[in-house]
Design a protein around this ligand. Sequence first.
Ligand code: MN
Length: 151
Amino acid sequence: MDAPLREYRSKRDFSKTPEPDGNEGDVAPFFVVQEHHASRLHHDLRLLMDGTLKSWAVPKGVPEGPKIKRLAVQTEDHPVSYGSFEGTIPDGEYGAGTVRIFDRGDLEVKERGEDRIVFEMRGARFNGTYALIRFKGQENKNDNWLLMRTR
Ligand code: MN
């Protein structure tokens, strides 16, 4: 049952990192954008879908306005409780650095396909309809998506 979080757990030593190990119940759909001061500062966009937090690292940050396309690299599913995580991952651990919540709010997934997800975020900073479009035609590079605000 917890197989979807296997990669997440395999990367972390929960005796060392303050991050959640992920055991939780039902939660209403939400998004969270976390600012992660890792070796490179980036945003992590997480959308609650399929009972887990589908996750993308966004090196240049989630666009607040339309007409801006940003690379979003899909990462391993995170536990739902990660959506309220803030803290510092110790040096030497996976993703070492400080994580803080940049924005969080209600999520409505409007369209969902293998290569395209359209969703509405209702947060304090991010409020609008966004699309994630998977890059095509790249071997072993299925993790790369484009993130943009459509409305
Ligand atoms: Mn990150």
